[in-house]
Design a protein. Structure first.
Lengths: 501, 226
């Protein structure tokens, strides 16, 4: 489009080649005009000449310049030989001999060139339409690209299928150019990319290579280099439009990446806050009991009867243990959090472990009855003993915390299909059925109307992490016992050679 | 015998406080939820209510409201140190004082004694305050420190009077602002300035107060000192 649309300029672009079909059409047109011209000859030479002019014009319009020139030449020969005086001789002497030759050829030139220009316009319109469509299609593809990799992949795919070019994207970091795609490339690209980076204009052309410097939404500029592989080439304006579109997509991807990062850090922050709140809440009650007991023993030691003193001392030990358990929970949580796997597996007798856990929680169970039903006392699993105990105590503790005094807690063990099933059911307040899965979320605590939540909300999350690390499952169902409470069921793979396996 | 209603659902705390308060000469009634607490507060007519804000069945503030609807019994709230908003809300709802978890038993006993004294003073306003080196005669507006007259501005005296009438108990910023400036909305910056002036006059070392203590985020407390 850089050439000015003058006649000469256009002529340079008109190709002087003819297809076989066009050649045949030209011959037919010449024959037709010759026949017409013989018929018109009775009305004088001028009429015959006009018929030839008509034929040449039609040939030029239909088949282009070459066809028109052929028609003009052949037409002139026929006209001069057969139709003008002296008939049946060639003569180029007088002005009336030469005029038809000049006029015929001028006519051919004008009609051929005009037809060529028309065709060019049509061609240009079609190609710009194609480019528009390809841009549209690319923009549709880019719209769904959320990450940088998606953008690069979409551009790479569109380059081949739609644009007809190789498109490379580089990140221009201070240490050098980093290709964003995995395309093979030679040194020519690198040299061009460096020239583009240093160029004062955001766009550069070198031979068939076209480059754009893009603002990808980060501090680092992105270079887009287009190498067309179709002979027609690609307009710089198209590359510019393409560049703008890719830049927009890159900016969106950068934004979305920042959003994701921010969301992740917000989540981490939330976790930290919840962890701290849980620490301060969970640790305060046992600390208060310890502090009150110890200071009472100091201040009122002689006023307290020996039995009370002993109870206070026992309380201190017990609360110390509770603090220790909370600490273990926090540590386990952070270990599960960082993806640390289950440490040191041992083959453990399940009923023995459960009995020990029950023993540990008995003191804070009040007058609740804890019954262990164990038809197969030889069930064994492979697990970390301390962690397994912690998980059992967490679940039992929940059953105690969320149930009234003088209720039942029932533990059932069974081996089915190579799995050990441990079901711990209570008659407590239960959980809303729709929250049955959420109880295993970190920091989830069953809302107790307006009352303050209990516990850290870590216990069951740790249980889930533990069970899943061992390839087992854990689930909560309501009700637990006789229409009330909750039942937590753990299924763990039995250690080989035990149970019913 | 003095009756204390202990409202807490933590078995470990009940296990400590019940025998220890008993040994200190109080008769302890235990409630483990808000409903029985508000019922027992009216039926048993305790002299002091010791209320843990975290209860299984209702918000602690609701318990305070229910008790206050029918009784002026002193209520001491047991709460976490960092929950200033909770404490202020509890005090606004009619609680008299609070003690932070974890507490030492001596601290709790001092709060209980102050609450009982305050409960009695509500029946007949005391004529004097005497705590440590400080004496206040409410009738003549005389303030003495170690027997020597202290000259206070009217505003300083108004603040000291409110603090002395609730001696040993926390007095919120709101109440002090209302007492000194007639409006709770006054900038608490003034309050800080006047408390500073008061400390200059009654404290041995105003930068290390022993009598007029700060309750961070809540208010001030007048104590007899160590």
């Amino acid at each position: 489009m850089t050439d000015s649309p003058t006649l000469l300029g256009t002529m340079r672009k008109v190709k002087l080649h003819l297809s076989a079909g066009q050649f045949l059409l030209t011959i037919m047109l010449v024959t037709l005009s010759a026949t017409g011209s013989f018929a018109a000859a009775q009305y004088g030479e001028v009429a015959a000449a006009l018929v030839f002019v008509l034929g040449i014009t039609v040939a030029g319009a239909l088949c282009g310049l070459a066809s028109a020139l052929i028609a003009a030449l052949v037409g002139f020969l026929i006209y001069n030989f057969y139709l003008t005086e002296p008939v049946l001789t060639f003569r180029l002497v007088t002005g009336s001999d030469i005029a038809p030759l000049v006029i015929f050829n001028l006519c051919a030139l004008v009609s051929g060139v005009l037809a060529g220009r028309l065709k060019d316009h049509a061609e240009a319109a079609r190609s710009s339409n194609l480019q528009l469509n390809s841009l549209l299609e690319l923009s549709r593809g880019l719209q769904s690209a959320q990450r940088l990799e998606d953008v690069v992949a979409t551009v790479g795919k569109a380059a081949h299928e739609i644009v007809g070019a190789r498109i490379s994207l580089f990140r221009a970091e201070e240490e050098g150019l980093t290709p964003l795609d995995a395309m093979p490339r030679d040194d020519r690209w690198r040299g061009f990319a460096e020239a583009l980076l240093a160029s004062p204009t955001p766009m550069l052309r070198d031979g068939n290579l076209l480059g754009c410097r893009l603002n990808g939404g980060t501090d680092v500029p992105i270079l887009m280099i287009v190498e067309p592989f179709r002979p027609r080439g690609i307009e710089p304006a198209f590359v510019n439009a393409l560049g703008n579109m890719v830049a927009l997509a890159l900016q969106r991807a950068a934004l979305s990446e920042q959003m994701t990062e921010r969301r992740a850090s917000a989540r981490a922050e939330e976790l930290k806050t919840a962890l701290l709140a849980s620490v301060s809440h969970d640790f305060r009650t046992p600390l208060t009991a310890i502090s009150a007991s110890a200071s009472s023993l100091i201040t009122y030691g002689e006023k307290l009867d020996p039995e009370t003193s002993l109870r206070l001392l026992h309380g201190i030990v017990e609360e110390g243990e509770r603090l220790n358990r909370y600490t273990a929970n926090l540590l386990e949580m952070s270990r599960l959090e960082t993806g640390g796997g289950p440490a040191s597996l041992q083959v453990l007798g399940v009923s023995e472990m459960v009995a020990a856990a029950v023993q540990r929680v008995r003191s804070r169970a009040g007058r609740r009855s804890i019954v262990l039903r164990d038809p197969e006392s030889d069930l064994q699993i492979a697990a970390n003993p301390a962690l397994f105990e912690l998980v059992l105590i967490n679940i039992l503790d929940n059953a105690i915390t969320y149930s009234a005094d003088e209720t039942h807690i029932r533990i059932e063990l069974s081996g089915v299909d190579g799995l050990c099933r441990i079901a711990i059911a209570d008659e407590g307040f239960g959980i809303p059925a729709q929250d049955a899965d959420r109880v295993f979320d970190r920091f989830y605590r069953v809302a107790r109307s307006e009352a303050s939540p209990r516990g850290s909300g870590l216990g069951l999350a740790i249980a889930k992490g533990f069970v899943e690390a061992l390839g087992g499952t854990i689930g909560a169902t309501v009700p637990g016992i006789e229409g009330r409470g909750t039942c937590i069921t753990i299924r763990l793979p039995l250690a080989e050679g035990t149970g019913l396996s | 015998m003095t009756n204390i209603l202990l409202v807490d659902d933590e078995p470990s705390l009940i296990a400590v406080l019940q025998p220890v308060l008993g040994a200190a000469g109080y008769h302890v009634i235990v409630a483990t939820d808000g409903n029985s607490a508000s019922r027992l507060a009216l039926d048993q007519r305790p002299d002091v209510v010791l209320l843990d804000l975290g209860l299984p069945d209702m918000d602690g503030k609701e318990v305070i409201r229910r008790i206050r609807a029918a009784s002026a019994v002193p209520i001491i709230v047991i709460s976490a140190r960092h929950q200033e908003a909770e404490k202020i809300a509890a005090l606004d709802n009619g609680a008299d004082d609070y003690v932070n978890k974890p507490f030492e038993i001596g601290e709790l006993m001092a709060r209980i004694r102050a609450a009982i004294r305050r409960g009695k003073s509500l029946e007949s306003e005391p004529e004097t305050y005497s705590g440590g080196p400080l004496d206040v005669d409410f009738a003549s507006r005389q303030v003495r420190l170690d027997g020597e007259a202290v000259k206070l501005s009217p505003k300083e005296y108004d603040l000291l009077r409110v603090l002395a009438l609730s001696a040993g108990q926390v007095v919120t910023h709101k109440r002090l602002l209302a007492a000194g400036w007639g409006s709770e909305r006054t900038d608490s910056q003034y309050l800080r300035v006047y408390i500073g002036l008061l400390r200059q006059k009654i404290e041995e070392d105003p930068s290390d107060p022993r009598l007029l203590l700060t309750e961070p985020g809540v208010g001030y407390r007048l104590t007899p000192g160590a």
